[in-house]
Ligand binder design. Structure first.
Ligand SMILES: [Zn+2]
Length: 83
């Protein structure tokens, strides 16, 4: 999980939850936080996932993974994903 933690360096602003959209990589074993299914790499389909760093009271608490489509259907709970 550590590699997915997208840290924001060099800022003293309070941290808030944010999301990024990424290509699913081979060997990914993340589970979608919305539908619960595995987010699987598929060579032909350019599968994308949304990775959200979730902050509570300015403190990072966890990473959530979503199928890009599930994140949209969840109405972007952590805002529009950055590329
Ligand atoms: Zn999903």
């Amino acid at each position: 999980m550590g590699a997915d933690h997208v840290a924001m360096q060099g800022t003293s602003r309070s941290m808030s939850s944010r999301a990024v959209i990424r290509q699913v990589e081979p060997g990914s074993s993340a589970m979608c936080a919305r539908c619960g299914a595995a987010i699987k790499f598929a060579a032909r389909s350019q599968q994308r996932q949304v990775i959200a760093n979730v902050y509570v009271d300015g403190t990072w608490v966890r990473v959530e993974h979503y199928h890009a489509e599930c994140y949209e259907r969840a109405e972007e709970p952590y805002g529009p994903p950055a590329g």
